[in-house]
Design a protein around this ligand. Structure first.
Ligand code: XMP
Length: 427
């Protein structure tokens, strides 16, 4: 193993991630583990140099007081506790300052500042190989940042023992599935099963206008396709997942028990008994991107905008039709191209197509075509969002191109609503 590690035990403090990041910022890798880790499990982790107990104010998970196994204090590792009265070691009143933390890491724990992406990847490859042995691994590769990065890492770790399944639900953006096939099939030489299920999804969605019903159909059909593909493959023992640390935090708890339920791949049938392989579990989003860059993934994959699982399905408002979906995809591609060219650094931008026609005039004749709405937002965490001022010439160029190049569209609108009152997506 290349990196030293500090283990931070999760006792319910909301500041865990802040501290984990502070330790990593000093060049030492840190992992957050559940408070009820056993001494044997902790001893099995590689290169642990010290343990942090972070009680915080609650020290309480799901309404129950939690504590750690006192045997953890006897492993011969430095333990440092913040706000944790049960610890029989150095106590500090509040978050340690950087100088104190530095002293503890390098003088007490004798940790080396050897955390970087190269070493992280090398260590995770070793850990994945140890876990998987000669077993086969299956991965649902959506083309999103997390699943792409985990796929690239698993290809490096286990090569042909990995099979990636890319389900194209027909609601991807322009050229997205092609990029996945090019990067993973052609470039990285992964075993890639590509399922073009466009007709299957669009047929199921035909006439369904309710947003929740649409999401449910897309979600459950996705799992069904994935399950069918998994059954065709023999002897798969492991399921790769691009779960990252914020996924666990956002699921609303930090206990081991809830972590498992979060990882339960919502809805995969119980008779598909996979063990999970999740090498990105301890990373934050920016670190996942850095990992992708280090693994050689193209920037358009690593710096991809957030994209809803139901894809363009939630931007083709009301009942999805093929003509409007085509207009949405084409206008979205033009918008992306022009905003990127203008270098405006906008956080998220896409087009939306309503299911209401509007009057237009084209080629000296009355037209009865679709409007397209441009949605641009800046935000830090997607909880609130502001609408940026896109320069007029850029908006005009986007409008001209959409009207000239996208059949069936006669109007382009720019949306001005912040979040709140509006959400970022329309459905
Ligand atoms: P809203 O519309 O709730 O969106 O303001 C906030 C952010 O989340 C993205 N989003 C989704 N992402 N699955 C996802 O993975 C979804 O179903 C989904 N819905 C919204 C949205 O694009 C925005 O960045």
């Amino acid at each position: 193993m290349k990196q030293d590690m500090i283990v931070l035990l999760d006792l319910g403090s909301t500041q865990n991630t802040v501290l984990a990041r502070a330790i990593r910022a000093l060049g030492v890798y840190s992992e957050i583990h559940p408070h009820d880790i056993t001494p044997a499990q902790l001893r099995a982790l590689p290169n642990v140099k010290g343990i942090v107990l972070f009680g915080g104010e609650n020290r309480c998970v799901d309404g129950v007081d939690v504590d750690v196994d006192p045997a953890l204090y006897d492993l011969g590792l430095p333990v440092f506790a913040i706000d944790h009265p049960a610890a029989k070691c150095e106590n500090l009143p509040a978050m340690p300052d950087e100088a104190w933390l530095r002293k503890w890491l390098f003088e007490t724990c004798h940790a080396e500042a050897n955390w970087n992406m190269k070493n992280f990847i090398a260590d995770q490859i070793e850990r994945v190989r140890a876990q998987v042995g000669k077993g086969k691994v299956l991965l649902a590769l959506s083309g999103g940042v997390d699943s792409s990065v985990v796929a690239a890492l698993l290809v490096k770790a286990v090569g042909k023992q990995l099979t990636c399944v890319h389900v194209n639900h027909g609601l991807m953006r322009k050229d997205e599935s092609e990029l996945v096939c090019k990067v993973f099939g052609a470039h990285l030489g992964a075993n890639l099963v590509y399922c073009d299920c466009t007709d299957r999804f669009l047929d199921k969605l035909a006439g369904v206008a309710d947003p929740e019903a649409k999401r449910k159909i897309i979600g459950s059909e996705f799992i069904r396709v994935f399950e069918e593909e998994a059954r065709k493959l023999d002897g798969i023992a492991f399921l790769g997942q691009g779960t990252i640390y914020p996924d666990i935090v956002e699921s609303g708890t930090k206990t081991a028990k809830m972590v498992k339920s979060h990882h339960n791949v919502g809805g995969l049938p119980p008779d598909l008994q996979f063990k999970l392989v999740e090498p990105l579990l301890q990373l934050f989003k920016d670190e996942v991107r850095a990992c992708g860059v280090e693994l050689g993934l193209p920037p358009e994959m690593v710096y991809r905008q957030p994209f809803p699982g139901p894809g363009l399905g939630v931007r083709c408002l009301g009942a999805i039709t093929r003509d409007r979906l085509a207009a949405l995809r084409a206008s979205d591609a033009i918008l992306r191209e022009e905003i990127e060219k203008a270098g405006l650094g906008i956080w998220q931008y896409f087009t939306v197509i309503p299911d209401t026609r509007a009057t237009g005039v084209k080629h000296n004749a009355r037209a009865w075509d679709w409007p397209v709405i441009i949605r641009c937002v800046n935000t830090v965490d997607a909880m609130t969002a502001e609408v940026p001022e896109v320069p007029w010439p850029v908006l005009r160029r986007i409008t001209d191109r959409i009207l000239a190049e996208v059949p069936g569209v006669c109007r382009v609108c720019y949306e001005l609503s912040p979040k709140p009152c509006a959400t970022i997506e329309w459905e």
